[in-house]
Design a protein around this ligand. Structure first.
Ligand code: NAD
Length: 264
């Protein structure tokens, strides 16, 4: 059954063809929001995702394939959103990539891509979303940062820099909108078992001669005291709370949901 917290509102979730973004999109749709999907993947599968979500939750859905590393494509996406839905009420900056290597070995093109997709894209979407949100005096901007927006890990320089930057952008956006009905907050997940993390599990299994399950346990044992992955559905629940009236004074927060990672 569809709840109605976000009925009549439109949510753009960047990078929502997979993993956490997909979980976010489904949680917002379950509250009645129309969804603009974005991200890469098989055209047929994305069309299926779009129609299945529309049918399951009784909302309108659309898809735009903007590459979030390109400002001009993000502008086209916003023009599409304005044309199709009038504008965006809930913006979830979720698209992200990872690459693991020590600083001195870090490929320069990977550094540039991570900063562009994980950080700069949120600057562009935020600057484009705010005029519409201010006009309506309501909006929710939710930035998918990470436990790595709060603490570092060896091998993840670009990712940690981008996520700390995203937490900074969150605080400034929250301050600039503090006396409006627009809020901006960051969610900082620990490990979630998505394709992004499965790649790290695979690398670990190969390097240490572990099975898939052993490599998952080893990854969690390093960082996540609960020993369990966070799920996209749990993160979606937090996003829904941040969209609610009860959260209207939650501003500029970097809210970790990480099985205890940053409590250590
Ligand atoms: P994922 O690989 O499952 O999904 C990433 C999504 O981003 C996909 O839809 C992909 O198509 C899209 N994407 C990638 N590059 C893009 C681009 N240039 N333009 C548009 N879309 C693009 O990853 P995920 O684990 O679901 O990660 C989602 C977000 O959550 C990321 O920002 C990630 O940093 C963050 N995060 C993930 C974890 C985790 O443990 N998985 C933990 C903390 C934070």
């Amino acid at each position: 059954m569809t709840a109605s917290l976000l009925k009549g509102k439109t949510a753009l979730v960047t990078g929502s063809t997979s993993g956490i973004g997909l979980g976010m999109a489904r949680s917002l749709a379950a509250e009645g929001a129309n969804i603009i999907f974005n991200g890469f993947g098989d055209t047929h599968e994305i069309a299926q995702l779009q129609s299945a979500t529309a049918k399951e939750f009784g909302v309108q859905t659309a898809y735009h394939n903007a590459d979030m590393s390109k400002a001009s494509e993000i502008e086209t996406l916003f023009a599409f959103a304005a044309d199709r839905f009038g504008g965006i009420d809930v913006l979830v900056n979720n698209a992200g990539i990872q690459h693991v290597a020590n600083v001195e070995d870090f490929p320069v093109d990977k550094w540039d891509a991570i900063i562009a997709i994980n950080l700069t894209s949120a600057f562009h979407t935020t600057r484009l979303a705010l005029p519409y949100m201010r006009k309506k005096n309501w909006g929710r901007i939710i930035n998918l940062a990470s436990a790595h927006g709060l603490v570092g890990s060896a091998g993840k320089s670009a990712y940690v820099a981008a996520k700390h930057g995203l937490v900074g952008l969150t605080k400034v956006t929250a301050l600039e909108t503090a006396q409006t009905g627009v809020t901006c907050n960051a969610i900082c997940p620990g490990f979630v078992l998505t394709p992004l993390v499965q790649k790290q599990v695979d690398t670990r299994a190969l390097k240490e001669g572990l099975t898939n399950d052993e490599a998952k346990k080893a990854l969690l044992a390093d960082k996540q005291p609960s020993g369990e992955f966070v799920t996209p559905e749990e993160l979606g629940g937090l996003a829904v709370f941040l969209c609610s009236d009860a959260a209207k004074q939650v501003r500029g927060v970097a809210w970790n949901m990480d099985g205890g990672w940053v409590a250590q």
